[in-house]
Design a protein. Structure first.
Length: 105
């Protein structure tokens, strides 16, 4: 099945070994509107198995998937991505102790 849209995604990741942030860009095919959490899952499964992020209930209740989406704190499992010409920027929260990538203490 051909993708209906393609979404440019920029991840801000954290490398604890070097105590540094770095950025990675991916082009993610969209077959239908999906969540930012599914975008992270797609990148993990298809591009980079080292990507680390939290996920829990998948229903907007537990708060595990709270990250910054386009600069605003949002639940990744609730944020719908429909496909846009603008880059989707995903980054960890600023005010948390980072473990790796999007994982916080
Ligand atoms: S996974 Fe529980 S709120 Fe998103």
């Amino acid at each position: 099945m051909a993708a209906r849209f393609s979404q440019e995604v920029c991840l801000k990741r954290y490398n604890p070994e070097e105590d540094k942030f770095y950025y990675q860009n991916f082009q993610v095919p969209l077959f239908s509107p999906t969540t930012a959490l599914n975008i992270l899952r797609y990148i993990y499964l298809n591009y980079d198995h080292s990507l680390s992020f939290n996920e829990g209930c998948g229903q907007g209740k537990c708060g595990c998937c709270l990250i910054k989406i386009n600069g605003q704190p949002r639940l990744a499992c609730n944020y719908i991505v429909t496909g846009s010409n603008q880059t989707l920027n995903l980054s960890p929260l600023d005010d948390r102790d980072l473990v790796v990538d999007f994982i916080t203490r």
